[in-house]
Design a protein around this ligand. Structure first.
Ligand SMILES: *[C@@H]1O[C@H](CO)[C@@H](O)[C@H](O)[C@H]1NC(C)=O
Ligand SMILES: *[C@@H]1O[C@H](CO)[C@@H](O)[C@H](O)[C@H]1NC(C)=O
Ligand SMILES: *[C@@H]1O[C@H](CO)[C@@H](O)[C@H](O)[C@H]1NC(C)=O
Ligand SMILES: *[C@@H]1O[C@H](CO)[C@@H](O)[C@H](O)[C@H]1NC(C)=O
Ligand SMILES: *[C@@H]1O[C@H](CO)[C@@H](O)[C@H](O)[C@H]1NC(C)=O
Ligand SMILES: *[C@@H]1O[C@H](CO)[C@@H](O)[C@H](O)[C@H]1NC(C)=O
Ligand SMILES: *[C@@H]1O[C@H](CO)[C@@H](O)[C@H](O)[C@H]1NC(C)=O
Length: 324
């Protein structure tokens, strides 16, 4: 009983102390950590290596939901075992509050970095937002560069491109670890290849876009790059449509008939006006007509037809060669 009487007042005193201390500790803790909801929200960063110069990084954030109106934010970047560096170029809203940052030159390696957004306000303490990350995981890979299409005399067109620049030295030294995705926007198909070139049959129309694939064997893996602008090449397949081919045959036949008539007229004219003073001129005229018709047909007729036309035209016109 005596021991109970002794411990009771002691426990009571201890509890009283706790009751007094708790709010003090809580205030001190809040001062240190800031009020919930005041921290920068929707924080995100992206690293860009669009040029072969140093990669850059842009970060953006929104003011916290419960952040006082006078809150100002500051961003710090800390590389592994290095001093914190403050953002060199803030992006601010109309009221002058920092909502983003531009780092013109960041070092990207396999070491983690710490990004911290802290803030100040007269009204209440602002909570810190901390993000520990790897910069290469934030990299946005641009589209492949210098895309060219070469259609030689052969039946193929070759599409070639260069790997997009990246912040990672290991990747730059072995671009062959990248894979590419090629989207055919006319046929709605997608191919994945390892090389930086691909052959396409010439007599088909193409509209392609290329990007780096997320299954690349590089340390940039796990993300798609940006699509290139569309590349268009090849012959419109409609010009090889069977009905158009038939039309070409009809036009060719009509052309031959027309030529025949023209030459016939030459002949008639010759008959009506007796001997021609300069028969060579008429022959040349005929030849010119034939040449013009042939030129008109060249685009539609097939090789075989061209030969037929030439032969027939020559045959027709040869009739008008002056007889000695
Ligand atoms: C850190 O920021 C990056 C870039 O916006 C984001 O992808 C990642 O999820 C963030 N990580 C944490 C723990 O907030
Ligand atoms: C980027 O920063 C690094 C290290 O501070 C420096 O060596 C390099 O010259 C800088 N590059 C550019 C393009 O400013
Ligand atoms: C990054 O921010 C800077 C400064 O606002 C801007 O000029 C640049 O275009 C941004 N880069 C990208 C890729 O959004
Ligand atoms: C964060 O982004 C989401 C989606 O865009 C938006 O609904 C939300 O309001 C943002 N949060 C803040 C605090 O701005
Ligand atoms: C934010 O953090 C930096 C670096 O830790 C510090 O120098 C600065 O005083 C802090 N700013 C505020 C408003 O807490
Ligand atoms: C792309 O072409 C330009 C101009 O022809 C050249 O200066 C540049 O080095 C090429 N880029 C690559 C990645 O080869
Ligand atoms: C293309 O194909 C994808 C899936 O392969 C499909 O989701 C998409 O709707 C198609 N687009 C068109 C325009 O047909």
């Amino acid at each position: 009983m005596q021991t109970n009487n002794m411990t009771h007042p002691l426990g009571c005193a201890f509890l009283s102390w706790l009751i007094v201390l708790y709010p003090i500790l809580k205030v001190a803790f809040t001062e240190e950590e800031g009020v919930d909801g005041t921290e920068a929200a929707n924080f995100s960063c992206a690293v860009y290596s669009y040029t072969l110069k140093a990669p850059s990084m842009n970060c953006t954030w929104n003011a916290g939901r419960t952040a006082p109106h006078d809150t100002q934010y500051f961003l710090y970047l800390k590389y592994y075992k290095e001093e914190e560096k403050e953002c060199p170029h803030y992006i601010h809203d109309k009221r002058g509050r920092h909502i983003g940052c531009y780092f013109p030159n960041v070092t990207v390696n396999e070491k983690k970095v710490t990004l911290t957004v802290n803030g100040s306000s007269i009204e209440s303490p602002v909570k810190k937002h901390k993000n520990i990350t790897l910069l290469y995981e934030l990299e946005k890979i641009g589209p492949p560069q210098n895309i060219t299409v070469t259609c030689e005399m052969s039946s193929n067109c070759i599409v070639e491109w260069k790997a997009p620049p990246t912040s990672r030295r290991e990747v730059r030294e072995s671009y062959s670890c990248l894979s590419y995705q090629i989207k055919d926007e006319i046929r709605n198909t997608t191919d994945t290849i390892q090389s930086t070139s691909k052959n396409y049959p010439k007599n088909v129309r193409y509209k392609l876009r290329i990007r780096t694939d997320d299954k690349s064997k590089c340390p940039v893996a796990g993300k798609f790059g940006e699509w290139s602008e569309p590349i268009e090449f090849g012959t419109d397949p409609t010009s090889f449509h069977p009905t158009l081919l038939l039309l070409a045959v009809v036009v060719t036949t009509l052309g031959i008939l027309l030529l025949f008539c023209i030459c016939k007229r030459c002949h008639t004219w010759e008959k009506l006006h007796g001997p021609i003073p300069q028969p060579k001129d008429i022959y040349l005229q005929c030849e010119k007509n034939a040449e013009k018709a042939w030129m008109d047909l060249i685009s539609t007729a097939s090789a075989n037809e061209k030969i037929t036309v030439v032969e027939e035209v020559t045959a027709n016109c040869e009739k008008h060669e002056p007889h000695p």
